[in-house]
Design a protein around this ligand. Structure first.
Ligand code: KG4
Ligand code: ZN
Length: 352
């Protein structure tokens, strides 16, 4: 079974080819980050145009790298949500056209399902497992019970974790995306010098909140005697920020493990994915937590943790095996929660 995957929901244009033996035959990702950087964030219109400019070429490159042609495909999968509608339309329309012309099934994949099932592509993890998805747009704890079967234990009531890193970096003049420079600065800083809050820590449940931490960071910057923080201040502020985020992530994940064990009598895997999973300090803390609880931490390799099309192709394979194909009338969904029955997080602005 060979499936072409297409990912265009955010600021990566990607095409990949994966087979039923869990082999990634091709995995092409084009980051648009340089086009968005001057704006300090992702501009939807720029993203949609860039997807349109590059997707055909990336698909051709993926086919060439895998040494196959369209006729050998058993299905075409595209991210159909959640995400920016302009980009979703580009990917979904392209996939439908290929599916129609070559008479193969079309698979509309939920981007979050792509992230959630990646651990089965990389590590053959059995259902059920616990998943922490932490990126610029997502911040969720989920129980992955089966294909299309998710239980959301927690989400953020305001910013996603990666978004919090990006905003912190912006305040400190560290550029976009903010995670990597904040981690770098934190490594040489003193986490004790500034006292920052740990929002939600100690509370029941698995929801996240980062806006209070952001505000506290701004106040801490304002207490400095200089107009702009000096190099040591930046390092200490980053260290304090990252330590606070780490405490929150560990606390929320510990509650999620407890809940998971109340629901399931088997399963002992915590999977972490999303761009923030690149953070070594946070990863280490999650590995320690998992160890304490008798769980193992699975973190897919970085290029499969961040947005890519191999995860979409793989989710397509999982769905194709179950006969879960979609009609060519499937409309992209900017909002598409994995667990529509999840109780809403308290507060406004909850992300899908
Ligand atoms: O998964 P991703 O590449 O794209 C989506 O948001 O879907 O995640 C990007 C996010 C950005 O917010 C970025 O600042 C954050 O992941 N990030 C990090 C690190 N590397 C990337 N956050 C903390 N530490 C890092 N080392
Ligand atoms: Zn993503």
């Amino acid at each position: 079974m060979i499936v072409l995957g297409i990912e265009t929901s955010c600021d990566e244009t990607a095409a990949a080819i994966v087979d039923g033996e869990r082999r990634i035959l091709a995995n092409r990702v084009l980051s648009q980050i340089d086009e968005h950087r001057p704006f300090g964030g992702i501009v939807p219109e720029i993203a949609a145009r860039a997807h349109l400019d590059h997707i055909d070429r990336l698909i051709a490159e993926a086919l060439a790298a895998a040494d196959i042609d369209f006729a050998q495909l058993d299905g075409v999968a595209a991210t159909a949500g959640p995400g920016l509608i302009g980009g979703l339309l580009v990917g979904v329309t392209t996939a439908k056209a290929i599916a129609a012309v070559h008479d193969v099934p079309f698979l509309a994949v939920n981007h979050l399902e792509g992230h959630a099932l990646t651990a089965r592509l990389t590590d053959d993890v059995a259902f059920p497992y616990l998943m922490l998805l932490v990126s610029g747009g997502h911040c969720q704890l989920l129980v992955v019970e089966g294909v299309g079967n998710y239980r959301r234990l927690g989400t953020t009531v305001d910013d996603a974790i990666g978004e919090a890193f990006d905003k912190a970096a912006k305040m400190l003049g560290l550029g976009f995306p903010g995670g990597p420079p904040v981690e770098r600065e934190a490594a040489r800083g003193n986490p004790e010098r500034f006292a920052l809050p740990r929002p939600m820590k100690g509370r029941p449940g698995c929801h996240f909140s980062f806006s209070g931490l952001k505000t506290a960071l701004r106040r801490a910057i304002e207490t400095l005697p200089t107009d702009a923080p000096e190099a040591d201040d930046v390092a200490d502020l980053c260290a304090a920020f990252q330590a606070a985020v780490g405490d929150v992530v560990v606390d929320r994940s510990a509650n999620a493990i407890k809940t998971f064990l109340e629901i399931h009598s088997h399963g002992d895997t915590l999977v972490v994915a999303g761009g923030v999973a690149a953070n070594t300090a946070i990863r280490k803390r999650l590995a320690a937590l998992a160890g304490d609880k008798g769980f193992k931490l699975v973190a897919p390799p970085m290029e499969l943790c961040t947005d890519n099309a191999a995860m979409i192709a793989w989710a397509g394979i999982e769905r194709l095996r179950l006969g879960l194909t979609d009609g060519l009338d499937f409309r992209p969904r900017p909002r598409w929660p994995l667990d529509p029955d999840a109780p809403p997080a308290v507060g406004a602005g909850v992300k899908a």
